[in-house]
Structures are given as structure tokens and as C-alpha cells.
Design a protein. Structure first.
Length: 322
């Protein structure tokens, strides 16, 4: 029977800036067949690694390897032992700002997507910095200062790239670049041109790489020639006229079966042509949830809402070994 860990955050009650909006990181155990959801972890980062005023607390995209979950907060990398969710290690460096993904490597080291500095960092499990890449091809510290504790900086936006997910193909290290709508190889000059919409994820399955796009598309890329093989528009597979939500987080079950996360569209101001403003995203939008799709048959198989247990944002989805 299928069960999944869903990683994300609970939103604060106020309408806040996007770098202030989350109250706590959450990890859920979701059992769709029985419509059961259990909260595994409820977490806030300690004050010493957060901005002094109105910090945001969230888990971001994680990875499971050897019965351990590696997951980021905005300013930390945490290693949990599964299934007990015992913290075995926490790493927090002054350069950490808006961490989006942690990826353990075959050599025992970690790739950390340090989104706030438009950077990817290779760390040892003890937190030693082994390598740094600026994802725009610049020197990593040209725009930033090694003397600044970026854990205390609320935001470094606007980002030049907003990298958000690391993956490997063979020995090559890759990262998605949200604003460039692509993925680049950190080991050489290879690039995957995805295009059209903002990109998240980068899950390798067999000879394919599965990317999500925020408007509800799944882009499947050939991992040998890096060409787009297929684009699936999930809006067409869902019988609703409402926006699906922020599409981010994907678990590939088979070549044609995926589970995708949808985060409720958060309230934001929109300036109208007449100069007036209105709020969008608070009412009349779909809740935060995961949904399973059969891409070959082009149908939604099931859906599980998650806001009843406090989850308002999803970053990643992982299978639970029974």
C-alpha cells in the first residue's frame, strides 16, 4: 500500500512578504488509500540562525538515502534518521540563505542549493565547504561578501537565477534555474532548455528527467540527449476551471505515473490597468494537496488535500518503505 512523506510548511495567518510568510516546517506521512495523514515533524529553526524580525520557518525540498532524510530549512541542512525522525546532524553556515534543496551524493558529500546567493555548494557531511558554483557562471563571491552572515539577512531578492533543485546524471552534477527556465550542468557546459514557464524539480527516473513547471505542466526530458520528449499539461487532466495552484514537488512512480504537489496560490496584490489594486489568491482557489496522475491514459487517479493538518506549501514528495 502506497504511503508518502510530504515536506513543506504551514503559513502564517497574516499576509506577509514571501520571505516572512511561513510559521513552521512540517513533514507529513500521507496514506492516500485510507485518506489518512499523520504529522511526523513540526519544526522551527533556532533564533541564532534566523533574521531578527519576523523570520520564516519552512522545510524545503529533501532527499532520502540509506534510511535518512536530508532536508533544508531557509538556513540549515538537517539529517533525520528514519522512520523515527531523530535529528542526527544539523549544519548551518553563515553563507546559507533561502536553501531550497539538499541532495546527498554517492561519495557521501552533499549538494546544497543556496538559492539566496544564486549558488550551489558541495559540503562534506561535517559541513566543510568542498566546492561552490555561482549558477550564472560568475565567481561565487563577486556579488556577495564572505564577511556577512546571510542567515540574518531576510532576503537577497531580486535573485539573478533562483536555482532550486539539484540532481545527478551519471557523474555530472546539475541544478535547475527557475528564472532561466532551464537546468545547467555544474561539471561542464551542458544545458537543458525547458522554456515557457518557471521550473522546479529535476527527478531522474530511468532514461528520463521529470521537471515541474509552476503553471501545472510536467516536462519529460531524455537524459541521454537532453531534449524534451513530452510535455503534459495537468490542467487538461483535472476537471476544474480554477487554477491548479503552484505546481512543485513530484514523485515518479513509473514512467507514466506521477504524484505531484500543488501549493495554494498565496494572496498577492495585482495592479489593474486603471491603477487600482486587488488581492488575488485568497479565495476561490484550490487547496494545497497532492494528486496522482496516469500520464499515458491522461487522467487523475486520486487527490489528497493537506490543509486540514496545517500544510500550506509543498516542496517535495517521497515514498515510504513499508
Amino acid at each position: 500500500m502506497e504511503r508518502y512523506y510530504v515536506i513543506g510548511a504551514k503559513q502564517k495567518n497574516q499576509v506577509l512578504k514571501d520571505w516572512e510568510q511561513y510559521e513552521r516546517g512540517l513533514i507529513l506521512d500521507v496514506f492516500p488509500e485510507k485518506k489518512l495523514v499523520k504529522k511526523c515533524v513540526d519544526y522551527q529553526s533556532p533564533p541564532e540562525v534566523c533574521p531578527a524580525v519576523n523570520p520564516s520557518h519552512s522545510f524545503t525540498a529533501g532527499s532520502i538515502r540509506n534510511n535518512h532524510l536530508y532536508v533544508g530549512t531557509h538556513t540549515e541542512v538537517i539529517k533525520y534518521r528514519l522512520p523515527e525522525f531523530v535529528i542526527e546532524k544539523t549544519i548551518s553556515l553563515p553563507c546559507f540563505n533561502d536553501i531550497h534543496h539538499v541532495k546527498p551524493l554517492d561519495d557521501g558529500n552533499l549538494l546544497v542549493v543556496n538559492t539566496g546567493l544564486d549558488m550551489v555548494i558541495k559540503l562534506s557531511e561535517n559541513g566543510e565547504v568542498l566546492n561552490e558554483w555561482n549558477v550564472m557562471g560568475e565567481q561565487p563571491w563577486d556579488r556577495f561578501s564572505r564577511k556577512t552572515d546571510y542567515r540574518k539577512v531576510p532576503t537577497t531578492k531580486p535573485h539573478h537565477s533562483h536555482p532550486n533543485y539539484a540532481f545527478t546524471v551519471g557523474e555530472d552534477l546539475w541544478v535547475t534555474r527557475c528564472l532561466q527556465k532551464d537546468a545547467i550542468c555544474l561539471s561542464n557546459n551542458k544545458r537543458i532548455d525547458i522554456g515557457r514557464q518557471l521550473v522546479h524539480d529535476g527527478v531522474v527516473f530511468g532514461d528520463s528527467i521529470y521537471f515541474t513547471q509552476v503553471d501545472g505542466s510536467i516536462v519529460i526530458v531524455d537524459s541521454q540527449n537532453y531534449k524534451v520528449k513530452k510535455v503534459h499539461n495537468l490542467n487538461k487532466l483535472t476537471r476544474t476551471n480554477s487554477p491548479l495552484g503552484w505546481c512543485r514537488g513530484i514523485k515518479v512512480i513509473s514512467h507514466d505515473k506521477v504524484i505531484v504537489g500543488f501549493t495554494r496560490i498565496r494572496p498577492s496584490k495585482k495592479v489593474l490597468p486603471n491603477g487600482k489594486t486587488k488581492w488575488e489568491g485568497q479565495y476561490g482557489v484550490l487547496p494545497t494537496r497532492i494528486a496522482c496522475f496516469d500520464l499515458k491514459r491522461e487522467e487523475k487517479l486520486w487527490e489528497q488535500e493537506l490543509e486540514d493538518v496545517g500544510l500550506n506549501a509543498i516542496y517535495s514528495i517521497h515514498s515510504i518503505s513499508n
